[in-house]
Each structure stands twice: as C-alpha cells, then as structure tokens.
Design a protein around this ligand. Structure first.
Ligand SMILES: Nc1ncnc2c1ncn2[C@@H]1O[C@H](COP(=O)(O)OP(=O)(O)OP(=O)(O)O)[C@@H](O)[C@H]1O
Ligand SMILES: [Mg+2]
Length: 459
C-alpha cells in the first residue's frame, strides 16, 4: 500500500529536491559552440474495457484526455480512489501477463496504463500522451503480448524507436512483460554487426523492435517482411515523425500491412506533429493524462543564469556542493560533450561521454558504467534525451539550453521516474534567455531562477 501511494504521489507531484545553493571558483574561457549534433546515427485477445472509457467510445468521443492536472492534493485523492478500484486484473489481462507484472513488482496500473491498455486491447488506434517516467512502455507492450500470445508464429508486431539505446531498453521491457508468453522478440539497430540480426530475423520472430536506418537495410535485403504486421508502435512518436526521421518512417510504414493497429506514444506531441501523425492512424483515440507536454511533477527544476565561459566551473561546483550521486549532463554538441568531460576530469571529477561519434561498444560501456554507478557523471548529447529509464539518476543538468521546448521535457524527465524525485538545473547564458522563455511558455509555468554570486551575468 505504502509503495503504491508513494508511486502515485511521485506521479502527481510533491517532489522534494535538495535546496540549491551557491558555488565558488572560476575557469578559463570555453571554446565557441560548434555545430548542432546530428540526430542519432540511425538517421537522422480482446479484453474488457474500463466502463467509463467504453461509454466515451460508444458516445463517439475520441479524446479521452483527462485534461489539465488538478491541484496535487485533489489529483492524488482522485487517483488513489481510482487506483483502489483498478487493478491489472480489471484491465482484462490474462494470467500469464498478470504473473509477469507481479514478477516486475507492479502492484497497480499507472493512469496511462489504466486508460490506454483497455482501448489497445480492443484494437483501437491510439495516441498515448503522459508525463515522462509514468509507464508508457508497458502501456503499449502489454496489449501486444496479449494479442500475440498463442497465435500464429510470424512477425506480427513492429516497434520503432529513435535511438539504439532505447531500442535495447524496449526489447528488455518486452522480455520482462512477455516473459511467460513464449514470444520471440529481436532488436535491430545500427553500430553492431548485421549477421546476428539477419539470422534472428530470417529464423522467424514475433516482434521486431528497431531503429529506422538499420531496419530499412534489412528490409532492402528482404531479411524480414512486414506485410502481415498487426500492431505498429512509434515510441517517442513526435520525434519519429519530425523532419529527421519522417522520410524513413514513411518508407517503412509503406511496407506494413495497412489494416494494422497503430499506437503512438510520447510525453510530448506538438499539435502540428499530431496533424501529421493522423495520416498513419485510423479513427484514433487520444489518451492524454494531465496537461499536454507537461514536465514531470516529480522533478524540481531551476535555471542558473551563467555566462558561457563559466559553465564548466559552475557544473563542477554544483556537483561538489549537491553531492550529486548520478548526474546526466546534456550538451548541444558532441565536441561540447567531450570538452566538458575533459574539463571535469581536470577538476578531479570522473566523467564519461555518450554521443554519436563514439563506437557502439563505447556507448554501451558508458551507459552500463553510468547505470551501475561506476561513473557518476555522464555527459551526453540529444541521443540520451528520450525514453532512457535509469532509475538512480538524481540530477539532470542542461549545460546548454535545449533547442526545442519538447527536448527540455524529455531531458529533465531522465530523473524523477516511477515515483522517485529528482532535480534538474539549466545553465542559461545571455544568448539563451529567449529559448528559456519559449520553454516556459510551452510548459505553461515559469522556471525559478537561481543566482549564484560570481556566476550570474555581470558579476
Ligand atoms: N504499474 C507500474 N508500477 C510500478 N512501476 C512501473 C509501472 N509501470 C511502469 N513502471 C516503471 O516505471 C518506470 C518508467 O517507465 P517507462 O520507461 O515505461 O516510462 P515512460 O512513460 O515511457 O517515460 P518516457 O516518457 O521517459 O519514455 C520503469 O522503471 C518501469 O519499470
Ligand atoms: Mg518511454
């Protein structure tokens, strides 16, 4: 009970961050920023439906958004009441899936799972929108396992993700939720040899989890066919449909059975991208938990005004002062990430970099060392900003202000996941003030400023 209430409290607000404080020391000038880092190297059984949702569908209501989040206390009470009456068994799940969820230690479905799973089980197309760290992966994986388990052995589900690391993680989640289903799943992504993937695909799999670039290579070589795909998922859907990926997605979707079910999930969905997304969907239901593109309420976030050339020393000072156990730092460029790592090491702080110029072996090792706590500071580009679920991250630092407001939501959402709380600090130089204001407009909330003597502008 306590665990469940804790999880809900985390989902609905009440974060307790450590108090930001002052820092000291100074450093030499930083080189000018270089080009924006590339997108990731990949390219740029029917169950019962929750009665309330069923009524909405019958009434022809396509949007079951729960609207703006109420005040935390009210929301908490409402969600607790709903959770008391909703269990995974109420969602119409089979015994083997219930067993897998119990094995995972999940007591109750999260709000997005409560709303999306019954609709997906009914075969509906969905746009599922909910805050970072609230269990969207299980919301699309559980219905796929239910639909595929015990059925014909052929490739019936395809899940697309924007990065290799997220692809590996979704495959792991699939294995977790589908562990008693006997389904075969393979992940297909770039930077590693073709042969094992080719062998797995040609040997026959039920579910493919893939990044677009490598998947297109396999499709060209006819290593896999998608003409009988029943469920297509775009995780991080707004990213998958933006300009970097849209041409590849369009080529892949052209090879997928048009009578499939399509599920799109993300924490963010700009209206113009939703309009684009609809061409891939058939009478979709929009399932939205809380305000669209809201930042995780479990994260306390602050902006530190700081000249560009003092950002590294501010970072070193904050790492020392806040005793950051596990901090993910985002830079705009790959060179920038390497530079921050060098400078931190010079200050005696162990750090590693994760970006698209590293080999896949280096990327895998950097992430594994960070997850295990061996590396305390990981400095990454945008390839780490979406979807990654690393439970022990205590702090996220935007060394550079992200270029898009949605990126901000995803980046700070790498902490404060599954009821945990976290802190996010954004360093803002004078030329980044306008972008921070844009982010605040999209979030619908101001981000508190913290002025550190010796670092703030003009000091
Ligand atoms: N019903 C549940 N009860 C407890 N924990 C859960 C439940 N569902 C998912 N989780 C855990 O919550 C964490 C976050 O889940 P997940 O990665 O699916 O979030 P997400 O909504 O996809 O976030 P993002 O937008 O960042 O991708 C995971 O560690 C997962 O194991
Ligand atoms: Mg996710």
């Amino acid at each position: 009970m306590l665990k469940r209430l804790g999880f809900l409290r985390g989902l609905l607000g009440g974060a307790e961050g450590d108090a930001p404080g002052r820092a000291a020391a100074d450093e030499g000038p930083l080189p000018a920023p270089d080009t924006i880092s590339d997108p990731d190297d990949e390219g740029g059984p029917a169950g019962s439906v929750a009665p309330a949702v069923e009524r909405l569908i019958e009434a022809g209501v396509e949007d079951v958004s729960s609207g703006p989040a109420p005040e935390p206390s009210g929301a908490l009470a409402a969600a607790e009441a709903a959770t008391v009456s909703t269990t995974f068994a109420d969602l119409g799940l089979s015994a083997q899936v219930l067993r897998a969820l119990k094995d995972a230690g999940y007591a109750h479905p999260t709000p997005i799972q409560q709303e999306a799973v019954p609709l997906a089980l009914k075969g509906r197309d969905l746009i599922g929108l909910a805050m970072t760290g609230t269990g969207k992966t299980a919301a699309f994986t559980i219905p796929i396992v239910e639909r595929l388990a015990g059925g014909p052995a052929r490739t019936r589900a395809l899940i697309l993700t924007p990065t290799r690391e997220l692809c590996q993680q979704v495959e792991e989640s699939f294995r977790k939720y589908g562990r008693h289903s006997g389904l075969k799943v393979v992940s297909v992504y770039g930077g590693v040899g073709y042969e094992p993937q080719t062998k797995a695909l040609r040997g026959g799999v039920d579910v493919v989890v893939a990044t677009p670039g490598r998947l297109l290579d396999h499709l060209e070589k006819q290593n896999v066919s998608f003409d009988r795909i029943e469920v297509l998922v775009l995780d991080e859907a707004d990213r998958m449909l933006d300009m970097g990926f849209a041409p590849q997605i369009s080529r892949i979707v052209a090879q997928v059975d048009r009578y499939r079910q399509t599920l799109l999930f993300s924490a963010t969905m700009p209206p113009e991208v939703e309009a684009l997304a609809r061409k891939y969907l058939r009478k979709p239901v929009v399932v939205q938990v809380g305000r669209r593109s809201a930042a995780a309420t479990t994260v306390q976030h602050y902006v530190y005004p700081c000249p560009r050339d003092k950002k590294t020393s501010l970072l070193a000072a904050l790492i020392g002062e806040h005793k950051m156990d596990s901090v993910l730092v985002f830079t705009r460029t790959k060179h920038g990430a390497d530079r921050v790592v060098r400078n931190l090491k010079r200050d005696g702080i162990d750090a590693d970099a994760l970006h698209a110029d590293k080999t896949q072996g280096q990327r895998t090792k950097a992430l594994a060392d960070f997850k295990s706590g061996k590396t305390k500071v990981l400095v990454a580009t945008d390839i780490a900003q979406r979807g990654l679920d690393i439970s022990n991250i205590t702090h996220v630092v935007n060394y550079d202000v992200p270029q898009q407001a949605e990126d901000y939501v995803h980046r700070i959402g790498r902490t404060g996941r599954a009821a945990k709380t976290g802190n996010a600090f954004t360093f803002m130089s004078a030329d980044e003030i306008a972008m921070v204001r844009t982010i605040e407009r999209v979030l619908g909330q101001p981000i508190p400023r913290i002025s550190v003597p010796g670092y703030d502008f003009g000091t």
